[in-house]
Design a protein around this ligand. Structure first.
Ligand code: TXA
Ligand code: MG
Length: 350
């Protein structure tokens, strides 16, 4: 494995060229996007794509996102795109919105988990865009973590999970948003939200008019009748139990009550953390929930590596980026939600 340090705003051409050669030869390159790091391979080469699944230990029926750098590549991988969807794509890309579209035959079933649709996005990150351009290929890339771990927001996270199974890591520092892209299926009218992300529901409704928010997406439930195949798999959960405290008014009481029995690590905003004794992980500020999103997965990794038995996390309003934060947090907590002090007793022997 080689790891190359790259300037995220002005990527060095020779590093990009080396990585692009690996993609062209069917190898694996981890690279930053504006959301999280991706584990990339030639989206049109079944053998290369199989390498991604092997490295991540991901079930083969969970499809990948195809990353493109221009609209010619969109036409190459997807078909039957309505005029209105095309207009919206032109407005929002590059950006953290993934569109599920009808796929063309050049995209092998390995990439799409055997579906006749393909998830596509144009990432707003200079390293990702240059890598796709230099490879002259659409790049299939899921998040660059082991299937059991949180998505990586730094090159160190990628190396922790995938050292030995990835050919090149392009280290472009921390990613900008810290949670994965919004995924929306636009093959139906109205479109259906499959994963909340940095591109908010409020913004989607402005663009598309009506958007369906399935109950299991909002409640972050793993669904047997999977809308997005990824939804039927158990998502990352920390090795230690994680609890979400519904009401902020009882947060410090809940933490202190847990601490009578267990070593509880508090995961909270600077404001809520201020009066709490350690151990605690400050995730960002309530004033700007993008700071919390950016540190979310890093905080989960930290919880696992810290001295402590359990994690107790504050809730955030499920608006804007808050919906994506709470969606990931609920999954990570396996829906252990605390709404009263009595609930602490109920979970005491977890
Ligand atoms: O921000 C992101 O989206 C990152 C960066 C690297 O771009 N990628 C990412 O990929 O999060 P991944 O594979 O971890 O998540 C892709 C999600 C999965 O839940 C998958 O099931 C869903 O998108 N998906 C992919 N293709 C689909 C399709 N054809 N129909 C429905 N869902 C699909
Ligand atoms: Mg992922």
């Amino acid at each position: 494995m080689i790891r190359l340090k790259v300037d995220p705003l002005n990527p060095e051409a020779d590093s990009i060229r080396k990585a692009a050669e690996v993609i062209k030869a069917g190898g694996l390159v981890a690279f930053p996007t504006e959301t999280v790091y991706g584990l990339g391979a030639d989206a049109l080469n079944p053998r290369a794509v199989e390498g991604i699944f092997r490295a991540k230990r991901r079930p083969m029926d969970n499809p990948l996102i195809v990353h493109i750098a221009d609209f010619e590549q969109l036409e190459e991988v997807a078909k039957d795109i309505s005029e209105s969807v095309m207009e919206i794509a032109q407005k929002v890309w590059p950006g953290p919105l993934t569109l599920v579209l009808k796929k063309r035959d050049v995209v092998p079933p390995e990439t799409t988990g055997g579906l006749d649709t393909v998830a596509v996005r144009m990432p707003a990150h200079p390293i990702a865009l240059q890598l796709i351009r230099e490879s002259e290929l659409p790049i299939a890339a899921p998040s660059a973590n082991l299937a059991t771990r949180p998505s990586p927001t730094t090159a160190d996270h990628v190396e922790e999970d995938l050292d030995g199974s990835v050919d090149v890591i392009l280290d472009g520092g921390e990613t900008f948003f810290g949670v994965e892209s919004t995924v929306i299926n636009v093959t139906t009218t109205p479109p259906v939200l499959l994963r909340p992300g940095p591109f908010t529901v409020e913004e989607l409704r402005n663009l598309f008019g009506d958007v369906i928010l399935p109950k299991e997406v909002v409640e972050a439930k793993e669904s047997a009748m999977a809308l997005a195949p990824g939804m039927k798999y158990k998502h990352y959960a920390p090795t230690k139990p994680l609890y979400i405290v519904e009401k902020n008014s009882i947060f410090s009481d809940v933490v202190n009550l847990f601490r009578q029995r267990r070593k509880a690590v508090a995961l909270c905003s600077a404001e809520t953390c201020a009066d709490l004794a350690p151990p605690k992980i400050v995730m960002g500020t309530k004033e700007n929930l993008y700071t919390v999103a950016k540190n979310l997965f890093k905080s989960f990794r930290e919880l696992d590596s810290m001295d402590g038995d359990i994690g107790v996390m504050e809730s955030f309003p499920e608006r804007g980026i808050g919906l994506a934060i709470m969606n990931r947090a609920k999954k990570a907590s396996a829906h252990r939600v605390i709404s009263s002090l009595e609930d602490v007793e109920r979970y005491a022997n977890d």
